[in-house]
Design a protein around this ligand. Structure first.
Ligand code: NAD
Length: 337
């Protein structure tokens, strides 16, 4: 094989092929809300391209799918620049990968990474809510992480999202990160209705939430039973900033922002493992679809010290459960979720 910059031609070709497959899948998933490959297949492509880049770092160019978040945004909505960049999460698919993340974190910090905050990885779509002096002024999708879509009118139809924050601890400027989702029951109900109307059903709850939120007409969004769970800070200015992830959730709650109560703060990696195993067994007992568990270093001082890579924070990891290829029969039409 012909080598270029020390990279064998076969590796270069496979890298180009995978980039194209992933970019196309990103567009169908993030822009059209209609994926044509399973998440497991997509994750396998991502894993393969990462391995190629580890073997041949020359292939890791800034436009590689491994260095980017999401997809270029559609033209349906106005573009907005996030105050703080929105990131993705790195994945662990096995206990060894989880342990490797812990070891890396410990090495970088030169101290104990714990306590850890363990929570559910909601299979919804990422949202950023911007509050100025406690008033909701803007809501945006993640887009490519830097620029997202303005979906303020649509988000205003979600009852759970406060229009005004409450309490006497409201920051001057607050950028909140969260997840918009449909319950599994609402997803099934929506698909049944779409089929009745002769329309295309959604592939899974995540796509149904994205498709419902990203409507041109907010009146359609208002008819969908959308919910939000807040799980992070983009920016917090003008009042005392929380010192930990867990404290953030308490403060969010006090301001009237919806947060999950299915999280736990633990000290050791073994307790993290217990949390992961528990929800693997109870994966289908949660009201919303989950595709794993997110583990976060709780302390913000440690989070700052760890920082981020090009696309994800080093202080968090998404432990992904193996895919379940359940096929639900909806009025005779097979839909894979
Ligand atoms: P991701 O979904 O793996 O993880 C990052 C996102 O998780 C964050 O943006 C955040 O919004 C969300 N999240 C959910 N719960 C959270 C919590 N408790 N705390 C923090 N964040 C939480 O990454 P991604 O970049 O959004 O998407 C990549 C994944 O999307 C792939 O692994 C694949 O499963 C899927 N995908 C599938 C296709 C396809 O064609 N099937 C295409 C593109 C992406």
């Amino acid at each position: 094989s012909v080598e270029q910059d020390g990279v064998p031609a076969a590796a270069r070709e496979r890298h180009a092929e995978l980039s194209e497959l992933i970019n196309e899948a990103n567009w169908r998933y993030y822009v059209l809300d209609a994926p044509t490959v399973s998440d497991a297949e997509y994750d396998a492509w991502m894993r393969e391209i990462k391995e190629l880049e580890e073997a041949h770092p020359e292939l890791r160019t800034p436009d590689s799918p491994t260095q980017r978040v999401g997809a270029p945004i559609s033209t349906t909505f106005a573009k907005v620049r996030h105050v703080q960049r929105m990131e993705s999460l790195d994945n662990a698919f096995s206990d060894e990968e989880l342990a490797a993340w812990e070891a890396r974190t410990r090495r970088m910090l030169e101290r104990e990474p714990g306590p850890y905050l363990c929570e559910l990885k909601i299979d919804g779509l990422a949202i950023s809510l911007l509050y100025e002096k406690g008033r909701l002024v803007r809501a945006a999708t993640r887009g490519d992480g830097v620029v997202g879509e303005d979906v303020t009118h649509n988000v205003r139809t979600i009852a759970e999202v406060p229009y005004r924050l409450s309490g006497d601890d409201v920051p001057d400027l607050l950028e909140v990160r969260g997840e918009v989702y449909l319950t599994v029951a609402a997803f099934e109900e929506l698909n049944r209705r779409l089929l009745d109307e002769g329309k295309q059903p959604f592939a899974n709850p995540r796509n149904s939430a994205a498709g419902s939120l990203r409507q041109k007409d907010p009146r359609i969004t208002a008819q969908r039973d959308l919910h939000v769970i807040c799980h992070g800070i983009g920016r917090w200015d003008g009042s005392e900033v929380p010192k930990a992830q867990s404290e953030t959730y308490e403060r969010f709650k006090a301001m009237g922002l919806p947060v999950s109560d299915l999280y736990r703060v633990v000290d050791t990696l073994d307790e993290v493992r217990e949390f992961i195993a528990y929800y693997q067994r109870h994966r289908h007992d949660t009201p919303y679809e989950i595709d794993g568990v997110v583990v976060k270093v709780d302390d913000f001082g440690k989070q700052r010290q760890l920082g981020s890579t090009a696309r994800a924070p080093r202080w968090a990891i998404a432990y992904k459960y193996p895919p379940v290829e359940v096929t639900t029969k909806l009025l005779g039409i097979e839909v894979s979720v």
